[in-house]
Design a protein around this ligand. Structure first.
Ligand code: HEM
Length: 325
């Protein structure tokens, strides 16, 4: 596994399984109209490993990594012969009380490191190369909050798949051989109403999340209980097989502006798994019994991308210019 080399050389681009970090930047851009802008962007991202090496090698312990995700419309503009089988736009979900909005985004850059300055420097060099070809539509700097807590105060990330199950859950396999090693990525930026959340008892909060707050232990559903966030996002198919995803949520915020948020990011081998989780959260299971996390958390953005393997990413630049749009 690539992790063995992380102390020797920088982390390879598109390492979905790169380590959890103390800092992260989630950068979303749209590609400006015209084949020349598609061409510039394609060249820059195909060689993104060069920027990771330039910045990452200056402090290997800083564990800089970057994963690029490509949206459906952008993929089509890159003039490729085929498309990942499940790549589609984020479809808004309109629940009784809450809406999962769909917002613009051609490319997502998920930049992680142990040091904020490494993330910053990487983003600076990246945007200098992309200048004139893209427009930044969203930029969020996240930070690790104590023992990996979200701003609602709960430890977030515990039930991520481990060992061999990680790749099994997050990376495409033989079912789509041309795109094997890639991953579908869904992001949503949430803003919290911490005042209302703070008015709930700790017991009610635990009920909503499905784990205890202090020591992070799973709580089981009692008969007649409304499903918790944990229950609504546990997906079991008709054959009884559970389908996991890989998450790397980050808190972000500006207390001075009253802004407190969670940036949700999920990687999955199969896009339907994340879509089902979102359906359960926003529509409810059963319908109407939506995720009460949403009563204090409003989704501001929502977008879907495909993060190709590094080989597929490097190969993007081989399509002829006249196939670009
Ligand atoms: C406001 C945004 C969100 C917050 C604050 C949040 C927080 C949490 C917390 C505290 C846990 C329990 C610990 C853990 O296992 O990580 C959790 C679990 C989980 N969340 Fe979220 N989450 C958010 C949004 C989402 C979204 C949008 C999805 C999927 C579309 C999602 C999927 C999951 C999954 C799959 C689990 C693990 C369930 C299990 O197997 O136990 N979360 N989340």
């Amino acid at each position: 596994m690539a992790g063995e080399t992380w102390d020797r050389v920088p982390i390879e681009a598109q390492s979905v399984a790169a380590p959890l970090s103390s800092a992260a930047i989630f950068l979303t851009v749209t590609i400006d109209p015209g084949p020349e802008n598609a061409a510039t962007t394609r060249e820059v991202i195909a060689d993104i490993g060069g920027i990771v090496r330039s910045v990452g090698f200056r402090d290997l312990g800083g564990r800089l990594s970057c994963v690029v995700g490509i949206g459906r419309a952008a993929w089509d503009r890159f003039g490729q012969a085929s498309r990942p089988s499940q790549l589609r736009d984020f479809v808004p979900i309109v629940g009784e009380r809450h809406v999962a909005v769909s917002t613009p985004g051609d490319l997502l850059f998920h930049i992680r490191a142990e040091r904020t300055d490494l993330c910053f420097e990487f983003e600076r060099l990246l945007l200098a190369q992309l200048e004139g070809a893209v427009t930044v539509v969203d930029e969020v700097s996240g930070f690790r909050y104590f023992d990996s807590r979200d701003l609602l105060g709960f430890v977030d990330g515990t039930e991520n798949p481990v060992g061999a199950s990680l790749a099994e859950a997050a990376l495409i396999g033989d079912e789509d051989p041309v795109f094997a090693g890639g991953s579908y990525v869904v992001v949503q930026k949430y803003l919290h109403d911490l005042g209302s959340w703070g008015e709930l008892s700790a017991e009610m909060q635990e009920h909503i999340i499905g784990r205890t707050k202090l020591d992070n232990v799973e709580r089981d559903l009692a008969a007649g209980d409304r499903k918790s966030h944990k229950d609504l996002t546990t997906i079991v198919d008709d054959a009884g097989i559970e389908h996991s995803i890989l998450r790397d949520n980050m808190p972000f915020g500006r207390p001075g502006a009253g802004e407190f948020g969670t940036y949700f990011i999920g990687y999955s081998r199969e896009l339907w798994v994340i879509e089902r989780m979102l359906h359960n959260m926003f529509i409810g299971d059963p319908a109407g019994a939506y995720d009460r996390i949403l009563d204090v958390s409003k989704a501001q953005t929502g977008a879907t991308f495909f993060a190709p393997s590094v080989e597929t990413l490097e190969g993007l630049s081989s399509a002829d210019f006249d196939r670009l749009t």
